[in-house]
Design a binder for this molecule. Structure first.
Ligand code: DON
Length: 304
């Protein structure tokens, strides 16, 4: 017999039909995605995971990697070391805006691309390969299983990343990035191409909900002070130029990605993940937003 939680998740999906929007196409490989894929997963802080739809189907993590690499940069460099390079102010701009402070070049926050490329550049390690190995290990630790890179998505994005390449070179000009900006761009593009499924994302979100301890493996991934910072930045900047709409309607720290994933975190309780690749005008899953709004209303998940 299906549990009440499972029955509830099924009813949600029926109510949020999600036929609007198109899949991302500026990364050519993403244009191949079946637009009508759908999955939903809910992970509790005591390690229960409820799923619906294609929760084991993998897709590239894209911008949902950003809060986690920001977390690794914080763990590597501390608050001060990171703050020197990237601020925590919402920009109210699109994710790919060429947004750098006019005097210092410091990006406003680590959720937009400029700030995320900067955060990736702060990951410690001897060379790009060992630094990326640490990123992959880090994301795998949150997911509780060994993740891999989707090489097709990686190559597809790297060869068409003209805008991010321009941003990386601008950041280098301001000495926000050090070393070869192409290497920092490569690291960022690789982190975006890490392949995850909706279940992984829910557990990753639940790790943040659980104060930094992965709820299935019980491994401590992040200190509580850094969890607090990551969630603050997700709440204020995670949805870019729709951050105000999102926090008003859903009321949880969250992050979206152009492949169609969304995570939301209810501290002390659950991590939520939705996958539906049709995007709205902000590059966020249209059906994913609908589902999160609905669940937040039904279950009183709004934190404010
Ligand atoms: O940098 C990019 O454009 C992509 N790798 C990630 C963008 C993204 O996921 C924006 N979020 N909705």
């Amino acid at each position: 017999m299906r549990s009440p939680v499972q029955q509830y998740l099924e009813s949600i999906v029926e109510q949020c039909s999600g036929t609007e929007g198109e899949v991302a196409s500026y990364i050519p490989e993403l244009a191949q995605t079946d637009p009508d894929r759908f999955a939903l997963a809910l992970a509790t802080v005591d390690g229960h995971v409820y799923t619906l739809g294609e929760a084991e189907t993998c897709f590239s993590i894209q911008s949902i990697s950003k809060p986690f690499t920001y977390a690794l940069a914080l763990a590597d460099r501390g608050f001060q070391g990171v703050a020197e390079k990237v601020d925590v102010e919402p920009s109210g701009e699109a994710f790919n805006e060429i947004s750098l402070a006019s005097d210092t070049g410091r990006p406003p926050n680590p959720m937009i691309n400029a700030g995320a490329i900067t955060a990736a550049s702060l990951i410690a390690g001897e060379n790009t390969e060992s630094r990326f190995a640490r990123v992959l290990d880090w994301l795998s630790g949150f997911a509780g299983r060994d993740l891999e890179v989707d090489e097709k998505v990686y190559t597809s994005e790297l060869t068409t990343a003209h805008r991010n390449r321009a941003i990386a070179h601008m950041l280098r000009e301001f000495n926000i990035l050090h070393g070869d900006p192409e290497e920092q761009l490569d690291l960022y593009v690789r982190q975006c191409a890490v392949s995850v499924n909706t279940r992984d994302l829910a557990v990753m979100a639940a790790t943040l909900a659980n104060g930094g301890v992965q709820p299935v493996t019980q491994r401590r991934m992040l200190e509580p002070a850094y969890v607090e910072r990551v969630l603050s930045v997700m709440a204020t900047c995670g949805m870019y130029d729709a951050a105000g709409d999102w926090i008003s309607a859903v009321g949880m720290p969250a992050k979206s990605g152009v492949s169609g994933g969304i995570i939301a975190v209810l501290p002390g309780q659950v991590g939520l993940a939705v996958f539906s690749p049709r995007l709205d005008a902000h590059g966020t899953s249209a059906r994913g937003v609908q589902v999160c709004e609905r669940m937040s209303n039904d279950m009183d998940m709004h934190l404010m």
